[in-house]
Design a protein around this ligand. Structure first.
Ligand code: PLP
Length: 512
């Protein structure tokens, strides 16, 4: 399988090259030249398999330059004992025709682990194949990617990882997860600004000639762990197939029945993976795109105009606080007949004017595939309250946005087909809003861990051990920089400073 770029028709690379580079030199995103298909018979076979085996089958045609053995090693290593659920991505039933696909049982308690436990392994194999030197993984995070990347890449030989997060844009638990990160090849820095500032800064560093030259002098090269990297997206396709098979196995649907997926969306990575599953032949009716108060995607899918010039809201579902949704570029490329010129024009218009409009025909295609809805703060809280009261199911705020948008979809369309909501994070990562939605007013001054214990006691649900283990850990990364200083942070950040030799452990005092 060869990979194309969304912005340059001359680009053609292998999967390994696409994964190592992360983003194409001219700024386009890589994507496979064709979409492999899964026949109904193959789907039936998948139903008899474990999660690991399903993932191997789904990924194999995308990673045709990997040997079966290499792929098996990567996948088995990724989905092992570090997941708290042996099914890896189990379903939980909410009501008669609604199921939750729990993607948060990995080490950092968000769905990002589903990809970021696998990506470092794919990247290590890819780096060997392409002869890449040491890789610097630059990450912009809206909260969950950062920790999942740090955990996935910590002490992986031949890599260093540097994470930028918005100083005011993450939950206290998300921040604690990152600033206490251990490992000899990691760095973390807060950026004064929002996620879009961090993401734009990282994209600029990626293509800055002077920075690239300085890296090359030291035999270092950039790669990305954001969902702009195809190696982040591909692993996510597998769980849509897996959820479908599980529904067949428990008798909720028959093989061939169409189901709807609801995806709490920010950067459009997770829902794009669902689109790929649909194009591969998974019987999916609608892909329901759920946004929070930052409803740029809802407006786009409804109107055909993408307009990022609007107020940015900091919400209780911070991992979806995004106005520039990177992976939409891949979808538009596919739906516009792989027209690199038009894509480049739209992306230039987005950068220069903050907006672009797609032609009516393309808007119609989008609306056949997707239904979009958004959910404000009060409705998010109400959805947490309701699912707990009526279904005894505890949602985190991101998942609650999905649950509420599904309610809106059913009310608007009357389509009551079986639906699966992607449950993207553990409620214990967002204890304050979840406790408040349950009617508990946290006393001022209670720390995150007391609150987590309180939530566990109120709901008789266990707090994930990975979160409890953060209690008392020293803050190793207190640094905050401005947008303009991100390049500087690259060279000077404790632990993450890329000039350091990977195999020399830094003395603990270095961090203080
Ligand atoms: C990242 C994230 C999302 C948004 O996913 P995208 O792939 O960026 O659309 C939703 N919920 C949670 C908890 C996340 O961490």
């Amino acid at each position: 399988m060869k990979y194309l770029s969304t912005r340059d028709p001359a680009v053609s690379v292998t999967a390994a090259q696409a994964i190592v580079r992360g983003i194409s030199a001219e700024g386009g995103l890589f994507l496979p030249e064709s979409i492999p298909s899964v026949t109904p018979d193959e789907l039936r076979e998948l139903c008899a398999l474990s999660y690991v085996e399903r993932a191997e089958r789904i990924l194999a045609p995308y990673l045709s330059d990997f040997s079966a053995e290499e792929l098996a090693d990567c996948v088995r290593g990724a989905y092992g004992a570090q997941f708290a659920a042996k099914e890896i991505a189990p379903l939980a039933q909410l009501d008669e025709n609604t199921h939750m696909l729990e993607l948060f049982h990995g080490p950092t308690c968000a769905f990002k682990d589903m990809a970021l436990q696998l990506l470092p392994r794919l990247l290590t194999v890819s780096a060997k194949k392409t002869g890449a030197g040491e890789l610097v993984i630059l990450v912009a995070t809206s909260g969950d990617t950062g920790k999942a990347a740090l955990e996935g890449f910590r002490d992986v030989p031949g890599t260093r990882v540097l994470v930028f997060y918005p100083s005011e844009g993450v939950s206290p638990m998300q921040r604690l997860q990152m600033v206490t990160q251990e490992g000899g090849n990691v760095g973390v820095c807060a950026v004064r600004g929002n996620f879009d500032d961090a993401q734009t800064g990282v994209k600029e560093i990626f293509t800055d000639g002077a920075v690239l030259a300085k890296l090359a002098e030291r035999s270092l090269a950039f790669s990305s762990a954001n969902s702009i990297n195809w190696g982040r997206l591909a692993p996510q396709i597998a769980y849509y197939f897996s959820a479908y098979c599980d529904l067949v196995n428990i008798g909720s649907i028959r093989l061939g029945d169409k189901i709807n997926f609801v995806v709490p969306t920010g950067n459009f990575g997770n829902i794009l993976a669902a689109y790929y599953a649909r194009e591969m032949g998974l019987p999916i009716g609608k892909l329901i795109c759920a946004s929070n108060q930052n409803r740029v995607l809802t407006d786009f899918l409804q109107s055909g105009t993408y307009n990022a010039r609007r107020s940015f809201f900091t919400t209780i579902s911070p991992s979806m606080d995004i106005l520039i949704s990177s992976n939409l570029e891949r979808l538009l490329f596919l739906l516009s007949g792989k027209d690199t010129r038009r894509l480049a024009d739209w992306m230039r218009s987005l950068r220069d004017n903050g907006e672009y409009t797609v032609p009516p025909l393309l808007r119609t295609k989008l609306q056949e595939l997707f239904w979009a809805g958004s959910c404000g703060e009060e409705d998010t809280r109400a959805a947490i309250t309701r699912t707990w009261r009526d279904n005894a199911y505890l949602c985190d705020p991101h998942t609650a946005v999905g649950v509420d948008v599904l309610r809106q979809y059913r009310a608007a369309t009357g389509d009551t087909a079986t639906a699966v909501v992607a449950a993207t994070a553990s409620p214990f990562k967002f204890v304050t809003p979840v406790l408040e939605a349950l009617g508990y007013v946290p006393p001022a001054g209670d720390d995150e861990f007391s609150l987590a214990e309180r939530l566990a006691a109120e709901t008789a649900q266990p707090c994930p051990s990975g979160l409890l283990a953060l209690r008392g850990k020293p803050v190793l990364f207190p640094s905050v920089c401005s947008k303009g200083d991100m390049r500087g942070a690259l060279w000077s950040l404790p632990g993450g400073y890329v000039g350091a030799r990977h195999d020399v452990p830094l003395p603990p005092r270095y961090f203080s």
